[in-house]
Design a protein around this ligand. Structure first.
Ligand code: GDP
Ligand code: MG
Length: 154
């Protein structure tokens, strides 16, 4: 789905859930103008994680990443709207919180790369794969947002 219907996968990682940051993160995406089309809380399995992070399984930090990501529940969401992937990455900030700008989720709420609070898909193709991995089709809702044509020219 491209253009105004672009979708991206955002997840609040276990540290974000533990620190009660879920509400603030959701609020940022709502206020920015994106539309929530899927949301759930779950305990991630190692199998799901290895498919989600398939390019990282050989990295030296991967065992620690598994421990971190399976240490507690995550809240995973699909957000829809114009340029959702790129804009979300900008809202989330750079991978290493030390490099993330203030005003981004990571730049405001984290200090170390191993505990960076949130995940965001990094490309439209990646987003599509991740959404299919984390959600069943019927868990994603198509609903009419009353101000879709106010936040974005259709
Ligand atoms: P992202 O797309 O910005 O989340 O970054 P990547 O896809 O490159 O990495 C995925 C996740 O792996 C990051 O968000 C971090 O949680 C973790 N990670 C990446 N690099 C490192 C690292 O050097 N050390 C540790 N401990 N974790 C890392
Ligand atoms: Mg990534």
């Amino acid at each position: 789905i491209s253009g105004v219907r672009e979708r991206t996968l955002i997840a609040v990682k276990p540290d974000g859930v533990q620190r009660r940051l879920v509400g603030q993160i959701i609020q940022r995406f709502e206020l920015r103008g994106f539309k929530l089309v899927g949301l759930k809380m779950l305990q991630v399995s190692e199998d799901l994680l290895s498919r989600h992070y398939s390019q990282l399984t050989g990295k030296p930090f991967y065992p620690d990443l598994v421990k971190y990501m399976t240490s507690g529940p995550v809240v995973v969401m699909v957000w829809e709207g114009y340029n959702a992937v790129q804009t979300s990455r900008a809202m989330v900030g750079l991978t290493n919180p030390a490099d993330a700008q203030a005003g981004t989720v990571r730049g405001d709420f984290s200090i170390h790369v191993s505990r960076n609070v949130v995940h965001a898909s990094d490309s439209p193709e990646g987003a599509q794969k991740e959404i299919q991995l984390w959600f069943q089709g019927q868990e994603l809702l198509n609903w009419d947002c009353c101000y879709h044509n106010i936040t974005c020219e259709l």
